[in-house]
Design a protein around this ligand. Sequence first.
Ligand SMILES: [Zn+2]
Length: 223
Amino acid sequence: MEHNTAAARDESRQPSAHDLEVLSRQLGRPVRDVVEIPARCICGNPLVAATAPRLSNGTPFPTTFYLTHPVITSAVSRLEAAGVMNEMNDQLAADDDLSAAYRSAHDAYLEARNAIGERSGIGPVPEIDGISAGGMPTRVKCLHVLVGHSLAAGPGVNPLGDESLDRIKEWWTADRCYCEGAWDTSGEAPSRDLSRHGPQGLPDIVGRPAPIRKSAATAEAPE
Ligand SMILES: [Zn+2]
């Protein structure tokens, strides 16, 4: 997808009804409070969903960038299962340049979240000031969060997200489409339109408030 102008970029960020359907199929459950699509496959399908920093039920939500593409999420899960997070925590402890760059990634995450809050009309969410996700700024607790951030921000912003992407390249690379057969496209999607499109939000809907991976939800609780 070409991003030649700011207008094209804005348009590409807006979740369409089709995007929301694809997201719910990718995750196998309804999505809600998705305000932007910050990264797409070369074919146009979402790779990452941006969730509002405050959910429509009022809950502050620090984890902005959520990796949704099943091929990438399972590749990243393989890294986690192989102990890469421990390795990265050791790297952080041993390498001052890396830990400084990781701290900058945390700042960039907060800045991007503020910008999303502003663009989506939600405004500041003081309850989560200074709280990012994935273990940032000093620990690595969820590689899915770091990879979601790297895909959203582009290379050179989150060093450990970039490194994770490099380490999954036998399973996924940005220059190819891996969508075919990656999720169930038959039958009714889990949800069509539970997402928020503007500042008004929607009435509360019974069910899970937002896509939260179980391990991520426990790992990212602010401490
Ligand atoms: Zn694709």
